[in-house]
Design a protein around this ligand. Structure first.
Ligand code: PLP
Length: 429
């Protein structure tokens, strides 16, 4: 019998650009060490997931055979019109004054906001195009952008989000290098940032949109405002979405999701998009899934219509505020006396951004990371969150999450982390 050697499996360039995402390694670490206190995962707290509400909502859908059949059928590419109308009335319209340039037809429902972000990337970017992102940024989207072949340029961000003066300096640099024609988008997590915990102030929102417009000379530079954590607010006033600050409604995309505020397993997100991008995303989505899972959209729609969503978010805010406070109190108690260790106090979301003394690396290869895992604590090395260009990668940073663990385990995790930091500092002296 003729036996030929098995030929090489030649994978795509896109695969090679996707190959080393940190998320996979972090999940493997957590799975290999099930007892670890995870201050890493950006997951929602399992004890808060709406089991009862979702059971009842699903039962109510199937109690009506015609609704049940609809829910089990394919839907439309852009998402259920009734759900889009609900989202529009609750989460879009209230941000605008008397005049709202958008309608529910400017909303596209996606399988989580990650799908929306990916489709935006596919719609806007060719390999070699530039995207500006806050440094640090949501690392999964940084990976998506690399997979698409984009060059991501970081711009300094502080406790108030991306610094418009640093953005302007970067825009001037890109322009002087004759590269403005490659710049397609500016990406920000504008509420309770993942990873930095910061919220972009109203004046910075306005200035960043103004700069995007001013430098849209060869083509439009879109501002992508990722608003995943907006519902998880524990104090302070809600700010209007970035879309509502763009009078012409041409320069901003706002991305929202029910993953953090209801259930990531249901995975329903949306994008508020200018007309041309609705068409572009719809065309892409027609080729991918011609509509996100319909049953999930029914469940979310029923959650909104019955008030179960609001009640759930109210409870979540109480539960997460307590856990945030437990993490901040533990940081004060165990890290407060260590020189040059600082952290930010987030008004919402799931993350606290921690900065260590300059010479102390928290990278995945560092002594600190290994010691922390050995002693039972996992964190996200901040270095994953820095774009590869534009700004320095700060290895002395850590993203902490108070999402999944109980207040007691959070406090214990910070206590252990503090000991690991002190030991590593002592041995590096
Ligand atoms: C900033 C940010 N954007 C988007 C997402 C994606 O959420 P989903 O795709 O579940 O809506 C996440 C998830 O962690 C996130 O942190």
């Amino acid at each position: 019998m003729f036996t030929a050697p098995v030929p090489e499996l030649r994978l795509s360039q896109s695969f090679h650009r996707a190959a080393d995402q940190p998320i996979g390694a972090l999940i493997s670490q957590a799975l290999a060490n099930p007892g670890l206190i995870s201050l890493a995962a950006g997951f929602v707290d399992p004890s808060t997931l709406p089991i009862e509400a979702t059971g009842e909502l699903t039962a109510s859908i199937f109690a009506d055979p015609s609704m049940g059949r609809d829910a089990l059928q394919y839907g439309t590419t852009t998402g259920r019109p009734d759900l889009r109308a609900e989202i529009f009335d609750r989460f879009v319209r209230p941000d605008f004054g008397a005049e709202c340039p958008f309608t529910p037809d400017n909303l596209v429902i996606t399988a989580g906001s990650n799908q929306l972000l990916y489709l935006l990337g596919e719609s806007l970017l060719d390999p070699g195009d530039i995207v500006i992102a806050a440094a640090p940024s949501y690392f999964v989207f940084l990976g998506t952008l690399s997979q698409l072949g984009a060059e991501v340029v970081g711009v300094e961000a502080d406790g108030d989000g991306m610094d418009p003066a640093a953005l302007e300096a970067t825009l001037i640099e890109i322009k002087s290098a004759g590269q403005l024609n490659r710049l397609k988008a500016i990406y920000l997590v504008s509420y309770f940032d993942n990873p930095a915990g910061s919220t972009l102030t109203a004046s910075r929102r306005a200035k960043i949109i103004e700069l995007a417009k001013q430098y849209s000379q060869d083509q439009r530079i879109m501002v992508i405002s990722d608003e995943a954590y907006r519902p998880l607010s524990y104090e302070g006033d809600d700010l209007a979405s970035m879309s509502s600050m763009d009078a012409a409604s041409e320069f901003v995309v706002s991305a929202g999701t029910f993953s953090k505020s209801f259930s990531p397993g249901i995975r329903v997100g949306w994008g508020l998009l200018p007309d041309e991008l609705v068409d572009a995303i719809t065309a892409q989505k027609n080729n991918i899934d011609f509509g996100s899972p319909n049953l999930n959209q029914f469940i979310v729609q029923r959650a909104l219509q019955t008030g179960r969503y609001e009640t759930h978010v109210d409870n979540l805010r109480i539960a997460y505020r307590l856990k945030r406070d437990a993490m901040l109190a533990a940081l004060d108690q165990y890290l407060g006396d260590i020189d040059d260790v600082v952290w930010r106090r987030p008004d919402g979301g799931l993350y606290v951004w921690l900065t260590l003394p300059k010479h102390l690396s928290a990278s995945p290869a560092s002594a600190l990371f290994h010691l922390a895992v050995e002693r039972g604590v996992l964190y996200v090395p901040g270095q994953y969150c820095f774009p590869s260009k534009g700004t320095a990668v700060h290895e002395n940073t850590i993203r902490l999450s108070f999402g999944v663990e109980s207040a007691e385990r959070i406090a214990d995790g910070i206590r252990i982390l503090s000991l690991c930091i002190q030991e590593t500092l002592a041995s590096s002296d």
